[in-house]
Design a protein. Structure first.
Length: 215
């Protein structure tokens, strides 16, 4: 399409801004799309930078089965999948009871989010207790922080911290970050200090606390 046509249109539309970009095409979905979108964004918003991603404050809970590979090898595929189904059913019942939201599952891992840290911790305790009837143990971890909303999922450094905290938990243990411990003061939850730890890929040291198991 001759560029003169576009110049003519811009001259006759009040408030229009005409920008010529290098390239051989004029389609908005082909060629250097980013350069075209930058111009459109600046025209509409006054800035080329994209807006801040939507974020929420949430408490993330991670849990996974201890010695899952050994269990799978011992039980065989069919019985192992039956056990996993029982584990996920139990975890989802407790998630509903404590008003959490399932975010993702992978293998034997379970990832959920809560809008209250005390409920997240109590849900983790309930899962850790409940799975004993299945003959397995889980390790679980909780952390509270700002999470980036990515469609139906959550992401960001807070999610990574939660996963790292869970990975350091002992079999049958619920481990939480210092952030969670501070936020649930007055909730009646008790904690046992587990010292300062370096979390892989996360700057600084983090003080972690274990939640005593429920009877």
């Amino acid at each position: 399409m001759p560029v003169g046509h576009s110049r003519y249109m811009a001259e006759h539309i009040h408030g229009a801004k005409f920008v010529e970009l290098p390239g051989q095409d004029h389609l908005f979905f082909a060629g250097d799309v980013d350069a075209m979108l930058d111009e459109i964004r600046e025209f509409l918003t006054g800035t080329r930078e994209p807006g801040e991603p939507e974020r929420i404050l949430a408490t993330v809970l991670f849990a996974d089965i201890v010695a899952s590979t050994e269990h799978a090898a011992h039980l065989g595929d069919h019985r192992w999948h039956e056990l996993l189904d029982g584990y996920y059913d139990l975890a989802r019942r407790e998630l509903g009871r404590f008003r959490g939201r399932e975010i993702d599952t992978a293998g034997d891992g379970f990832f959920a989010a809560f809008d209250g840290p005390a409920r997240a911790v109590r849900c983790a305790q309930a899962i850790a207790k409940g799975v004993r009837t299945l003959g397995i143990e889980v390790r679980a971890g909780c952390h509270t922080g700002e999470c980036e909303i990515i469609g139906e999922k959550l992401g960001g450094i807070a999610v990574h911290i939660g996963a790292r905290v869970a990975a350091l938990a002992r079999p049958g243990e619920v481990l939480v970050s210092n952030t969670v411990k501070d936020l649930v003061a007055g909730s009646g939850l008790a904690f046992e200090e587990r010292g300062a730890h370096s979390l892989k890929g996360v700057p600084g040291e983090w003080r972690l606390y274990a939640v005593p198991p429920t009877a």
